[in-house]
Write a protein that binds this ligand. Sequence first.
Ligand code: HSE
Length: 379
Amino acid sequence: MLKNKKIGFIGWRGMVGSVLLERMISKKEFKNFFPIFFSTSQHGKYFSILEQNKLIENAFDINKLKKLDIIVTCQGSKYTNYIHPQLRQLGWSGYWIDTASSLRMRKDSLIVLDPINKISINHALSNGIKNFIVANCTVCLMLMTLNGLFKKNLIDHISMTTYQAASGAGSNNLFELFIQIKELYSVIKKELNINIKKNILSIEKKINKFMRSSKITKKAFGEPLIGSLIPWIGKKMPQNQTYEEWKCHVELNKILNRTGTKNNPFISINSICVRVATFRCHSQSFFIKLNKNISINKIKELLLLDNNWVKIIPNNSKDTIQKLTPTAVSGKLIIHVGRLRKFKIKNENYLSVFSVGDQILWGSVEPLRRMLRILYLKQ
Ligand code: HSE
């Protein structure tokens, strides 16, 4: 146990960080080590946590940071890019656990999602790896959904479309979506009187005119998300992919230890990642080319056996409409997996799957919290 070890938390006031703290407090995890809370903007102030008044330390104070045994950060890539190299150059040899993407693909980092790669995590720890980085949320959720099939080498390749929640872009973006909801309502609130006979298309026209105007708030997304969608997430990458789409392929293959050689080829993940007006849940629709013909019941069994968080939703209208939705899954650890259907194209075996998972929980907080737990239980 790391009872006397000092663990620094950075970015704990943000959306992901505050869910992390909430989960750790509810599981009484802070009793296992000595937590120190840092901030890039609120240092010097006090805040109340675990029935104590704690001083907030400066997240840019390298001398304080280098005394820590473990740093847990949800602060984002800019902070990681600035602080991590300085600390390592000073010879700091503590563990760095991070949700940001910056270090994920480095040789001296392991991407962590312990229900899937606990063996690699143990191996990395014995080999002196000190950077443990949570996978991108779409990758975490894809693996939590499909690992039963990856593990048995049943997947040849995947074509995927994502439906990603506003919160994945950050708390300002989620707030902007709420503001857009308010603004749209105020534009048509008179028309929404149920006692007045309405012309539906004139309401739609009024809304659309407002959405295309400069009056709607769109600073964070650049365009309205409410009543619309944005099929581009992140910067542009080679082959006309977005950063989000690129991550799906490269991070998944890194986690599965696929090296792209003849004997260990990459599993090709081609995706279109789309931002939609949901709040916490990312949904994903997968078209999977299977390596062999296997029954749908066996597929369900493999998905369920892989981890404790998959719930299969029967492929019928009632269950799908009620349960295979962001509304049903939001705030829960369980991942709903449905629309399972096998089909053939040119005599090859394909499977369609739709899954919904909370991107704050399994897409970020849970892998981070569990990695920290592995560290303090191990030492
Ligand atoms: N990259 C993800 C998104 C966030 O943009 O939705 C993952 O937490």
